[in-house]
Ligand binder design. Structure first.
Ligand SMILES: Cc1cc2nc3c(=O)[nH]c(=O)nc-3n(C[C@H](O)[C@H](O)[C@H](O)COP(=O)(O)OP(=O)(O)OC[C@H]3O[C@@H](n4cnc5c(N)ncnc54)[C@H](O)[C@@H]3O)c2cc1C
Length: 347
């Protein structure tokens, strides 16, 4: 039998990190990324690029923590190797405040974040006064933001320079790739899992953001309340003001009243933002799911009579950038357990 071939469906942040991690672990295996759309037309192209772990549906909080931390470590290595500017990395303070108490899961999620501090009563009172709000809890730590478009360009260039193949086309079914003789299909279609594998647990979460020019803003601010969340996220290119989080809404047109609300709430937190020039308004659909689907799927028999193994990696909601590298390493770990692939693993 020829060397097993791997197909990765999807060239968003999840597909590309999966492809690069697989290539690093199985350097002798031919890997092809097959996608209908590439950057700048993927979901992360309009994302802020903030590293912040979030509870993601019913996904085990310890897994979310593990995957998020692996991505943090990857960012830190890029930062320390002075290659951070290639992917638009910035390292800056993050403050998160809420008018609710954080539950136990959030506390578990945050364990191990470097320089993490819970805000004390005086700090909460000061921020409540400044923002005209009543905060009951909050925390701060230093974090990374990246420019996802640059990160995806970097990953794709790395993948191709190491011999990875790329095909632009729409895949009709996973079986199509089994019939083409692939031994492994890594399925990273984002929200389109609804169509490609008829996943009824997927749903869109509409996110509208306003990007402004405010290079003086060098701190991430996140505000949660019962009904909404507002964020100010500087990355290397601009400052993201957000945002909406509308479940089951597929409207990708910019809604002026959403932008108005976002601007008003962010101006309340940081009045100086009123002077910032508006660069762009953007809407994206986060790939929501009851939990992240990261598992071996049903295998298939391929055109040569051999088995085609399937790994699903999709449904990352509003945390795809944060979870990306950790999930890619999990894909590698799942395939390391497959006898056919294990023998090709780097020691
Ligand atoms: C406004 C907004 C802000 C965000 N900010 C952040 C943030 O700051 N931090 C963070 O961690 N996350 C953030 N996110 C979430 C993050 O952007 C997503 O979780 C992530 O981009 C999802 O990536 P993906 O690769 O799974 O999906 P996608 O980017 O949608 O990629 C799917 C890929 O699969 C391909 N595909 C699908 N079906 C087929 C098929 N049948 N055949 C061939 N190809 C196919 C597509 O063409 C595409 O290449 C934000 C999202 C939004 C909307």
């Amino acid at each position: 039998m020829d060397s097993p071939r791997i197909a990765v469906i999807g060239a968003g942040i999840i597909g590309l990190t999966s492809a690069v991690a697989l290539q690093e672990q199985f350097p002798s295996l031919p890997i092809t990324v097959i996608a209908e759309k590439f950057s700048p037309e993927t979901t992360a192209d309009g994302a802020a690029g903030l590293w912040e772990p979030h509870l993601t549906g019913s996904t085990d909080v310890k897994l979310v923590r593990k995957w998020s931390h692996a991505t943090y470590n990857m960012f830190q290595e890029l930062w320390q190797s002075k290659q951070g500017s290639k992917v638009g990395l910035k390292f800056m303070p993050l403050t998160c405040v809420s008018n609710q108490e954080f539950n136990e899961d959030v506390k578990i999620l945050h364990q191990g974040i470097p320089e993490y501090k819970v805000l004390n009563g005086n700090q909460l009172a000061k921020l409540s006064r400044e923002h005209g709000n009543e905060y009951r809890s909050g925390f701060e730590f230093n974090t990374f933001t990246c420019v996802p478009r640059k990160l995806m360009q970097h990953l794709l260039a790395k993948f191709v320079s190491r011999g990875g193949r790329v095909e632009q086309r729409k895949v009709a079914s996973l079986r199509e790739l089994a019939l083409e003789g692939y031994s492994v299909v890594v399925n990273c279609p984002g929200l389109q899992a609804e169509e490609l594998v008829a996943d009824k647990n997927m749903f869109p979460i509409r996110g509208q953001v306003v990007m402004v020019q405010a290079p003086w803003q060098q701190e991430v601010l996140v505000q949660h309340s019962d009904e909404s969340s507002y964020v100010v996220i500087p990355n290397q290119d601009s400052v993201f003001l957000g945002g909406t989080s509308q479940k089951n809404n597929r409207d990708i047109t910019v809604n002026p009243s959403d932008s108005r609300k976002i601007l008003d709430e962010c101006y309340k937190m940081i009045p100086r933002l009123k002077t910032a020039k508006i660069l762009k308004e953007w809407v994206g659909l986060r790939p929501g799911r009851i939990n992240v689907r990261l598992e071996l799927g049903d295998s298939m028999t391929n055109s040569n009579g051999y088995t085609t193994f399937v790994v699903h990696n999709y449904g990352h909601g509003g945390s795809g950038v944060t979870l990306s590298w950790g999930c890619a390493l999990e894909v590698v770990a799942l395939l390391r357990d497959v006898e056919l692939i294990r023998s090709h693993s780097k020691l």
